[in-house]
Design a protein around this ligand. Structure first.
Ligand code: NAD
Length: 480
């Protein structure tokens, strides 16, 4: 397999190529074009030119039609894409299938919204009209991570197209082949104007940095780590472009004394090990009422111990490898330091032996700890580590959960409806699930409080990240 850049309506050959490896076994999957600043600049120039054509920016029906046709093209090759996603990212095939299905559904959702991005109008004084018109913001640069490269591409690209922006996409190198394959049916559409949607891939960051710095990029939408997001925010100050930042998290699950521990422990184990713990909203800290703490220790250790590691293509696999060996080594080191310094080790994961030995695998670990300022309660460790803490009452549960610089997501587990809502209201997070975790929908906005980001993707509000609001005033007078 080989993927190229797509710039100004053309697949463009590269001078340099980088290999893409299967993290389950190190096998070569293919190679992707390894570009940089020159490709980023060519893509931005093409997108800036395409934005000037009213047949794109002012033509919602065309943009809707292209989104619908792209969704149809993806539907026709859904299984092939799911297999490639599992090979390049490592996640279990059922998760890949779910992600591709969700991405297609999200394209259809924004195809509808392409024709419904209304402003508003008011008569501010007799005969004086103020119209507030939603306009596309211009050229959007999208920087996408590798952990959910179908949904995270679509949740930025589809609202950008729906709003009328032209786009330059920079995927993560770890899933460059997959992202090119996802975009291929869109690029093949005869109705897509040259330059409206562009793609370049790179193993480094020079091209991404160019998107951040370029005065011709009007919106920068970044999904990735808080550290990179902060750097991008600093670097955007010079051009003051619109920023959409979807960053890291450290999700807490608050389990109250009335909860059914045996029933929810497997759900928490699944929430912690989704994409091998490499999901921004994955369960990281489980806060349990003191009266049920001992029971939760046993139930959660057992549930995590039953998670079956393996190649994502094997239907029996619950959890695949981490994204690559470098990431595996970093996560393994941080988990090792956590195991060394925590109050109690309940399950020590580590590398599996035998036939999985060549892959970037790491089994889940579970620890218990009292002090929520410990580094492993505060830092986002992007892998399969879960921390158990206990609390005495609602106020302590909320104080512990809010003791973090992140604010992405949390879950509350109790049969008492009023308590669930009271606690959800007090948690400083963009998303709170009641008696569930990791439920994400095209229709429901997600985003972070505090260092988890700026703006919202998914839902109607994602259009705001890619739109400007223009006030047009006219005094038409009154009759007589
Ligand atoms: P990352 O910040 O290393 O990389 C994300 C993207 O930015 C990639 O495309 C990468 O190539 C690019 N990038 C890296 N360094 C860059 C730089 N200096 N300048 C410009 N671009 C750069 O993050 P990651 O490890 O790939 O992804 C995991 C992180 O993403 C986690 O922190 C996770 O919580 C976060 N995430 C957040 C959400 C959300 O919705 N909030 C969703 C998924 C992932």
């Amino acid at each position: 397999m080989q993927s190229q850049h797509f710039i100004d309506g053309q697949w463009t050959a590269a001078d340099r190529w980088t290999d893409s490896l299967d993290p389950a076994n190190g096998e070569l999957i293919g190679r992707f074009a390894d570009g940089g600043e020159a490709e980023a600049e060519a893509a931005v120039a093409a997108a800036a030119r395409a934005f000037n054509d009213p047949q794109w920016a002012q033509n919602p029906r065309l943009r809707q039609q292209l989104l619908l046709e792209w969704a149809a093209g993806l539907t026709a090759r859904q299984e092939q894409l799911a297999q490639l996603l599992t090979r390049e990212n490592g996640k279990a095939l059922a998760q890949s299938r779910g992600e591709i299905g969700g991405a297609i559904s999200e394209i259809l959702y924004y195809a509808g919204l392409a024709r419904h991005n209304p402003g508003h109008m008011l008569e501010v004084a007799p005969g004086e009209f103020s119209s507030m018109l939603r306009e596309p913001a211009g050229v959007a640069g999208l920087i996408i991570p590798w952990n959910a490269p179908a949904v995270l591409l679509v949740r930025a690209l589809a609202p950008a197209i729906a709003a009328g922006c032209t786009v330059v996409i920079k995927p993560a190198p770890q899933t460059a082949l997959f992202n090119a394959a996802m975009l291929e049916p869109l690029f093949a559409l005869p109705g897509l104007p040259a330059g409206a949607v562009n793609l370049f891939t790179e193993s480094g960051h020079a091209g991404a940095a160019h998107l951040v710095a370029s005065p011709r990029v009007d919106v920068l939408s970044f999904t990735g780590s808080t550290a990179t997001g902060q750097r991008i925010m600093r670097d955007c100050a010079a051009t003051m472009k619109k920023l959409s930042l979807e960053l890291g998290g450290k999700s807490c699950c608050l389990v109250f004394e009335d909860a059914d521990i045996a029933a929810i422990a497997p759900k928490l184990a699944a929430a912690a090990t989704i994409i091998s713990g490499q999901q921004c909203t994955a369960a990281r800290r489980v806060l349990v009422h003191a009266s049920r703490f001992a029971e939760m220790k046993t139930a959660l250790s057992a549930a995590l111990g039953r998670i079956r590691l393996g190649n994502g293509l094997d239907p029996a696999t619950n959890m695949g490898p981490l994204i690559d060996w470098q990431s595996r080594d970093n996560v393994e080191r941080r988990i090792g330091e956590a195991l060394d310094s925590c109050d109690e080790v309940l399950l020590a994961g580590g590398r599996p032996q035998g036939e999985l030995g060549n892959g970037a695998f790491l089994a889940p670990s579970l620890i218990a700890h009292r002090d929520s300022s410990a580094f492993f309660c505060q830092e986002e460790i992007f892998g399969p580590l879960l921390v158990l803490e206990s609390f005495e009452d609602e106020a302590e549960a909320v104080a512990r959960a809010n003791h973090t610089e992140f604010g992405l997501s949390a879950s509350v587990w109790t049969g008492q409806g009023a308590r669930a809502w009271r606690v959800a209201r007090a948690l400083r997070n963009g998303t709170v699930w009641l008696n569930d975790h990791n439920k994400l929908f095209a229709e429901a906005e997600t985003g972070g409080y505090r260092k988890s980001g700026l703006g919202r993707l998914h839902g109607v509000d994602a259009l705001l990240d890619f739109s400007e609001l223009k006030h047009i005033y006219q005094n038409v007078g009154t009759l007589g």
